[in-house]
Design a protein around this ligand. Structure first.
Ligand code: COA
Length: 416
């Protein structure tokens, strides 16, 4: 099966998570992704949190599938020469070094554009160019704080909270992938490459859009009626943390199910969507609530929403999270069990759809990873193992025209 990105050659100068998540996605869709790594060490995640001695860590294998690995010291003149050759025949270069690192290496945007005017140069940085923090190195949680997620996540009586979802890292990588694909389409029209830049702060903020909405509503009217603070609590002048309330205006909460005393994930998320009120009352065996003026409208319910949640929890007390969802789904009520990583890893539906995949690896044996969350009618992205450090060095150098002797010489000077 021909993959849509077949024939697109990508120099993958990325490390850790944000950049690798982007290039991994493009590799799944058929791009020829060549990961350039420092000889001897490679991407730092190869060694981070290892669970098997001497085998690449899962952090690396789960973000670098379907790629080739070329070791190259791009600070040595011999390494720079190889990189220049590669640049001349590639379509995209992706990097997420610290601010200024690529320039210091001698590969500024101007130089890259001179070497290959058709090449797209895609970068992730913590903050956008010209931002007053643009000199900072940034990791995931820093971005969650800088992008507004932390100040709006958690409970009002606790500190700002980080999400386990990689809003700063993988999310930024997904934004970058959209930018690269857009620039590739643009190049088809203009014949020219361009620079694509995504900052982690901007990518987090893009996901916090509704909180910026709420800031403006708060400033206009002084309260936010869908937050748990309304109507009894106080509002200040910034969007407060709303616990587990729904961001879109549908009141919802995480509710205890049977076994919550011993199982920390025996919960469901329950949403009281306006149009679902009647089915909710029927499912709970509370038909008298349907027309009761104290319950009939969202406005009437809000002042005692937690008393309603308590009643639902009493109904849930003898049902597991799965039994509860099985009943509620028949009434078309939006809800889901709170699923653990163990449950997700073993979910037959996720295995069947290719969202959770088992990948054979030369050194580790097989491991689980998250496959493409994007599904196509004409293509099923296949996930293959991440490369060993330098596994494809000879192959890539030979494709650039280097002879066996020249490759030997590059090894002698430790350029590869
Ligand atoms: N050969 C030779 N040198 C190489 C190399 C190679 N193949 N690959 C990288 N290097 C060098 C770089 O040129 C740089 O050298 P310099 O600082 O002397 O100019 C050096 O390695 C370190 O790069 P840097 O990216 O700054 O690494 P770091 O470990 O200090 O910082 C981050 C890591 C992630 C904080 C930083 O890269 C960063 O802020 N990136 C942008 C935001 C981002 O993506 N964050 C991580 C999200 S998961």
């Amino acid at each position: 099966m021909t993959k849509p990105l077949e024939g697109i050659k990508i120099i993958d100068f990325t490390h850790v998570q944000a950049g690798p998540a982007c290039t991994q996605l493009l590799a799944w869709f058929g791009a020829d992704v060549i990961k350039v790594e420092r000889p001897g060490s490679g991407d730092v995640t190869r060694n981070q949190l290892r669970d098997i001695p001497d085998a690449d860590a899962l952090y690396f294998t789960m973000l670098n599938s379907n790629k080739k690995s070329l070791t190259l010291d791009t600070k040595k003149p011999e390494g720079k020469e190889v990189l220049e050759k590669l640049i001349r025949e590639s379509d995209v270069l992706v990097e997420n070094f610290g601010p200024g690192a690529l320039d210091r290496m001698g590969f500024s945007w101007e130089r890259l554009n001179e070497l290959n005017p058709k090449m797209i140069v895609a970068s992730v940085k913590g903050f956008s160019d010209g931002h007053h923090y643009d000199d900072l190195k940034v990791y995931e949680n820093v971005a969650q704080c800088a992008g507004g997620a932390a100040s709006t996540t958690g409970f009002w009586d606790g500190p700002p909270t980080i999400s386990a979802a990689a809003l700063g890292d993988s999310n930024t990588g997904m934004h970058l992938a959209i930018g690269i694909l857009t620039a590739l389409l643009g190049r088809d029209k203009t014949g020219k490459g361009q620079k694509v830049a995504v900052s982690m702060q901007d990518s987090v903020l893009n996901l916090c859009r509704v909180k910026l909405r709420d800031q403006q509503r708060l400033e206009r009217v002084g309260y936010l009626e869908e937050y748990p603070q309304y109507p009894h609590g106080e509002f200040g002048d910034v969007v407060p943390r709303g616990g587990n309330a729904g961001g879109g205006g549908q009141p919802g909460w995480v509710l205890k199910c049977k076994g919550w005393e011993t199982d920390s994930n025996a919960y469901i998320y329950f949403t009281i969507q306006g149009h679902a009120w009647e089915p909710i009352c029927k499912a709970l065996g509370k038909p008298e609530w349907i027309d009761d003026p104290a319950y009939k409208t969202a406005e009437a319910r809000q002042p005692h929403i937690f008393e309603i949640f308590k009643t639902i929890e009493a109904w849930l007390a003898d049902k597991t999270k799965f039994e509860a969802v099985d009943i509620l789904r028949k009434f078309d009520i939006p809800c889901a069990p709170v699923l653990t990583m163990k449950e997700l890893a073993n979910d037959p539906s996720l295995r069947a759809s290719g969202t959770i995949v088992e990948v054979p690896h030369k050194k580790r044996g097989s491991y689980l990873t998250v496959g493409s969350p994007i599904k196509f009618s004409d293509m099923k992205p296949e996930v293959t193992a991440s490369p060993l450090l330098g596994e494809h060095t000879d192959e890539v150098l030979a494709s650039l025209g280097y002879s066996k002797q020249e490759i030997f010489n590059l090894r002698e000077v430790k350029a590869v």
